[in-house]
Structure formats: C-alpha cells, structure tokens
Design a protein around this ligand. Structure first.
Ligand SMILES: N[C@@H](CCC(=O)N[C@@H](CS)C(=O)NCC(=O)O)C(=O)O
Length: 260
C-alpha cells in the first residue's frame, strides 16, 4: 500500500508540473503542418501546455543565412516523395501545389502569417482560432492548391475556421498595421534567438532551460525531454503494485472462505 501511495504522489506531482512547448511555424512550410498536427494531437496525450507561435520562415532563412531546402534539386525530389509518405503516415492531407516554387517563393506567406498573428492578437483565452485559421490556410496552400495571399483568400480561410465576416474584416485591417507587422517580426526574432534555421521549431521549457528541436521528426526526443518515459515507468510500476495487491487480497479472501 505504501508503495502505491508513493507512486501516485509522484504521478500527481508530474501531472501538476505541465511542461510548456512553443511551436514556431509558418503555413508556407509543409513540414510545419505535420509538426503542428502531431503536436496538437499529443497536447491531449502528453501533459503539456502547447503555445502556438506563428512566425515568418522567409525571415528565418534570411536571419540565419540558410536557403530553402527545395532549391537543391535532389532535396526537392526527395522531399516530394517524403511528404507523400508522411502525409499518409500522419493522416494529414498534404498534396503539393502544381507550382510549388510560385506558391512558396513568388507568392509566399507574409500576408498570411501577419493575418494569423492578428488572429492571435485578438483571441482571448486560448489558441483555438489561431489553430483553426492556420489549419485552413495549410489546407489551401498545401492541399487544395489555392491562394493564401489575397484578402479574399484569407477571409475565406478564416470564415471556414468559424470567424464571422465582421471579425474577419477587422482582422484584415489589423493584419496590415505596424503593431502586427512588429509582432510577427518579434516572434521570428525569438525563433532566431533560439538559433532557428528552419521550421517547424519546437522549444521545450524544462526546469528553466529551453531545449530546441528542428523538424517534424523529433517527437520521440521531445517526449524524452519532457520526461514522458518517467511517467510511463511510474504508471507501469503502479499497475504492477496494484496487480500484486489485488492478487494478495484475492488469496486472503479465498483462504478466509475455505472451510478448514
Ligand atoms: N527533417 C525535417 C525537415 C523539415 C524541413 O525541411 N523544413 C523546411 C521548411 S518546410 C526548412 O525550414 N528547412 C530548413 C533546412 O532544412 O535547412 C522534418 O522531417 O520535419
């Protein structure tokens, strides 16, 4: 019994110390979409406080001196196959636009990410709208080969995400303001301060330290970093202790009912 109490106390202690994970992303990036969806799923499985951090990948490339990987022909070919496999594996409906270069580099995502930043600025008490608007924008560029640069496109995505025409009108105006431009610049700079060179970027805050992960293929390491394995071990020990204790009770019960 004593062991069970100690284990339960430890589990409760872990459950009460929710780890914060910030996810920096841009809807121009298909790997960010994968990272975003998987993180949104794990948010309910792991005991984490997920903070969505819309930012601008173009600014990350420039600020870090990196180049988009799609500009290397062999990488581009590999990524096309890789994304197809990942989309099936993670059940995210990625289907590249007919002209990925036009969509990613000519049109880009600056107005879209300013719009998402505006949604976040106005949203109170959570990230639900930011999550849904981001998802709708990814659906447009990385699933339906639709524009994400024009106000009408942003408006369509936001309305699909459940915002009213009135809210959208205000957000479109806000998204071109200096306040929002600066907000997006600050988030992008914060990612650069974490030494970002691409997206998605997950920053786990553990015991006062920021642990940084690039890519949508680092979930096992993130789980380890936030101590998920410790929780799993505790749950396994608890199950063990309970099974031993139940077996002990059953034996005692059986003996007390057996006639001498
Ligand atoms: N291995 C990573 C690749 C992620 C990735 O290629 N992200 C692109 C944006 S879609 C990027 O920013 N790349 C920068 C780089 O590879 O240097 C994953 O599976 O998620």
């Amino acid at each position: 019994m004593c062991n069970i109490v100690i284990i339960v106390e430890k589990i409760l202690q872990m459950a009460s110390s929710r780890k914060v994970i910030e996810l920096f992303y841009d809807v121009v990036s298909p790997y960010s979409w994968l990272g975003f969806e998987v993180m949104c799923r794990y948010r309910n499985v792991w005991n984490i406080d997920l903070k969505l951090r819309p930012a601008f990948l173009g600014g990350i490339m420039q600020g870090s001196g990196n180049k988009p990987p799609g500009l290397v022909p062999n990488k581009f070919l590999y990524m096309t196959t890789d994304l197809h496999r990942l989309a099936q594996y993670f059940q995210v409906p990625i289907s590249p636009p007919a002209d990925p270069f036009e969509a990613m580099f000519e049109k880009g995502s600056l107005s879209a990410m300013r719009f998402v930043a505006a949604v976040q600025e106005r949203e109170v008490g959570g990230d639900k709208q930011v999550e849904q608007v981001s998802r709708e924008l990814w659906m447009r560029i990385w699933s339906q080969d639709k524009d994400i640069t024009q106000p009408a496109s942003l408006s369509e995505a936001a309305m699909k995400a459940g915002l009213s025409a009135c809210e959208v009108e205000e957000l479109l105006k806000l998204s071109t303001s200096k306040e929002i431009k600066d907000k997006l610049k600050r988030s992008t700079q914060e990612a650069l301060d974490h030494r970002a060179f691409g997206f998605p970027l997950a920053v786990c805050h553990v015991n006062g330290k920021a642990e940084v992960f690039f890519g949508s293929d680092r979930f096992e390491l993130i789980a380890h970093c936030i101590g998920q394995h410790i929780l799993e071990e505790l749950l396994a020990s608890l199950a063990n202790e309970l099974a031993t204790s139940v077996a002990g009770c059953a034996l005692t019960n059986h003996q007390s009912h057996t006639p001498n």
